[in-house]
Ligand binder design. Structure first.
Ligand code: U7H
Length: 268
């Protein structure tokens, strides 16, 4: 069967982090679908990481992209964060922000909003500094490989975070299923998986480029997680969607799961 799903090479050659940031994360004062989605995601992430159940030493963000919004609450609950992405240009864009290099994207409106959620909007500059200190490494990752971080040696994480990555990186359900198993090796037994996914989307647009997306339902994602050895402790669909000019998604899934403890028994 012929597959037209966007390849990894196409991401390397055609994905523009700047255009992506411009389309999905740059807002005027008027309301937009993109802003609604982001604010909702930030509220869910803040609840999850600030209320204190999900905390620990190491969090690995899988498919960070050129964005840091997903780490703003997590950096209060984890001592070390490792960011990862498949594309060189996403990792470079991220490093520009981490190192305050010229031309870095301005996340301050988003950081201010998260600080407001957490009780003090005035602390935004301190939060930016905290996040910059807590992100210890920016690594290449490929979720389709059995060792997604290649030869990099890290302790198993207390939490994996992944936002809008697997549905863009995996061409079909078996690949998605396998990617979850691959990621599981990076996580401690009992560790948390925090996942944000678009639902039932087949594509998304960035500038003039169209990228494929694996169309998934909440039930399919939960079943895939269970098969890969994760529980799902919290699974919530919100009806928000992005602008119809960008994608055809029907809602967004926010899920918190845990890697099951596999105790090795004595074979009788
Ligand atoms: C995330 C984005 C990205 O930066 C690299 C793909 C994911 C821009 C997607 C949407 C969106 C999706 C559908 C509908 C919006 C190939 C791999 C990652 C790891 C192998 N990614 C990072 N990714 O696609 N994004 N943001 C939004 C919003 C509406 C990868 C192979 C691509 C990979 N391992």
């Amino acid at each position: 069967m012929e597959s037209n799903f966007t390849t990894k090479d196409a991401y390397l050659n055609c994905f523009s982090p700047r255009t992506y940031l411009q389309n999905y994360y740059t807002f005027g004062s008027s309301p937009s679908q993109e802003k609604q989605v982001l604010m909702h995601n930030l509220r869910k992430l803040s609840e999850t990481f600030s209320l204190g159940q999900v905390k620990g030493d190491l969090l690995i963000d899988i498919g960070t992209g050129p964005t840091i919004y997903q780490l703003l609450s997590a950096c209060e609950s984890f001592k070390e964060i490792v960011a990862t992405d498949y594309t060189d240009q996403n990792r470079e864009e991220l490093i520009r922000w981490l190192k305050k290099e010229p031309g870095a994207f301005d996340w301050s409106p988003v950081v201010k909003y998260v600080c407001e959620l957490e009780g003090d909007r005035e602390k935004w500059a301190e939060k930016e500094e905290k996040l910059r200190v807590r992100v210890k490494q920016v690594l290449k990752c490929d979720v389709t490989q059995s060792q997604p971080l290649g030869s990099a040696s890290l302790p198993q994480a207390d939490c994996l975070l992944t936002t809008y990555c697997l549905e863009a990186a995996c061409k079909d359900l078996p690949t998605y299923q396998q990617a979850l198993k691959n990621l599981s090796s990076l996580l401690k037994p009992g560790g948390f998986l925090v996942l944000l996914s678009v639902l039932k989307s087949k594509f998304y647009i960035i500038g003039d480029e169209r990228f494929s997306c694996l169309s998934l339902t909440q039930e399919e994602i939960e079943a895939a997680l269970q098969k890969a050895g994760f529980t799902s402790e919290q699974s919530e669909v919100i009806p928000h969607h992005y602008s119809r000019a960008y994608t055809d998604n029907e809602g967004i899934l926010f899920l918190v799961g845990r890697k099951l403890n596999t105790s090795v028994g004595i074979q009788g």
